[in-house]
Design a protein around this ligand. Structure first.
Ligand SMILES: Cc1cc2nc3c(=O)[nH]c(=O)nc-3n(C[C@H](O)[C@H](O)[C@H](O)COP(=O)(O)O)c2cc1C
Length: 319
């Protein structure tokens, strides 16, 4: 699949997820075969003020290219400057967040609030495209603000006209947050309306789901979010299934635990042990979900203070 001038190895993309898709997650997702990863969303103003925590989010050491960096904001000028900064730091694609439903974001007219102001959204895309003319700019948005204001198709057309080279559509409204079922019909309608590639997103939990979405909507690529949390193998399962029509076996417990430990090691490398140990709690819970003894282990992991302790507990699950 092609995003502007960039050819992806395949059309299976890891979704941007704040608090999840950091460097460690992205490295593992790419090792498992997805064609592209997207960073957590990064604030335009935090980039302009050179916030150290935000700059740490632009640590791409050891990552495969292309890299897509997602930015959010509501001011065309600061978004243009932020885009230039992330490109200078290594972004090969800049994605603009117009889908985040969180109150603290939408109250600033950012994220999915931009779906209620297509004119401003258009200006943002135009301004970003102008500031980074050689870099593909993409936009990620939702079905609409609420059931009474479903505007994904018109909105997508506006983004295309403004210069986006691909869009991702999550088939839920802002008011749904992550509840209910994603509407794949709206993805189909957006695909039918645009010339640029359309990436479908929402409720891909298995390789079969990915194949179904591609078939049902005609979309060019699929983006996988929650299904890959603690389950990066979903990427290789999807890629393999799309290529062969065959299902790969589930990862064995040994692989799950070894990958979880590697995830922890990569996080320590990026963020230091203290932050990594804290953040690993949720990943460890996801990686071990459904394994024998996992519930008790989760409780223990939530009290650990060191990498070594987490490693020992995880390895204990294999005894
Ligand atoms: C914890 C979490 C964090 C998220 N953060 C972002 C984000 O930073 N930017 C974004 O565009 N979408 C974000 N999303 C939305 C996902 O990218 C995706 O659109 C959504 O989860 C639907 O896909 P799924 O059904 O495959 O999970 C987030 C979702 C979750 C669950």
């Amino acid at each position: 699949m092609q995003i502007g001038s960039i050819e992806l190895a395949n059309n299976v993309i890891a979704a941007p997820m704040a608090g999840v898709t950091d460097r460690a997650f992205r490295i593992i997702a790419r090792e498992q075969g997805c064609g592209l990863t997207v960073t957590e969303m990064v604030s335009d103003l935090a980039l302009l003020y050179a916030n150290p925590r935000t700059y740490r989010m632009l640590d791409f050491r050891g990552e495969k290219k292309p890299l897509s960096v997602q930015i959010f904001g509501s001011n065309p000028e600061t978004m243009a400057k932020a885009a230039a900064i992330v490109v200078e730091r290594g972004a090969n694609i800049v994605d603009i967040n117009m889908g985040c439903p969180t109150p603290k974001i939408v109250k600033n007219n950012e994220g999915s609030a931009l779906m209620r102001d297509p004119q401003l959204a258009t200006k943002i895309v135009e301004s970003v495209v102008k500031s980074i003319p050689t870099i593909p700019v993409t936009v990620k948005f939702r079905k609409g603000w609420d059931e009474q204001s479903i505007n994904a198709v018109e909105f997508a057309r506006a983004m295309e006209s403004a210069g986006a080279v691909a869009v991702t559509i999550h088939g839920r409204t802002r008011n749904q947050f992550y509840s209910g079922k994603a509407d794949w019909n709206i993805i189909r309608k957006v695909k039918e309306a645009l010339k640029i590639p359309v990436i479908g997103n929402g409720d891909i939990w298995s390789a079969q789901d990915a194949a179904n979405m591609l078939e049902f909507t005609g979309c060019d690529g699929v983006m996988v979010g929650r299904g890959a949390m603690g389950n990066p193998w979903l990427f290789r399962e999807i890629v393999y299934y799309l290529a062969t029509g065959k299902t790969l076996p589930c990862p064995r417990p040994e692989e799950r635990i070894h990958t979880a430990i590697r995830h922890l090691e990569l996080m320590v490398e990026s963020k230091g042990e203290q932050v990594a140990v804290f953040e690993m709690r949720k990943h460890a819970a996801w990686y071990t979900k459904g394994m024998r003894g996992a519930a008790r282990i989760r409780e223990v992991i939530n009290k650990t203070q060191s990498k070594k302790e987490i490693e020992e507990i995880l390895r204990g699950l294999l005894d």
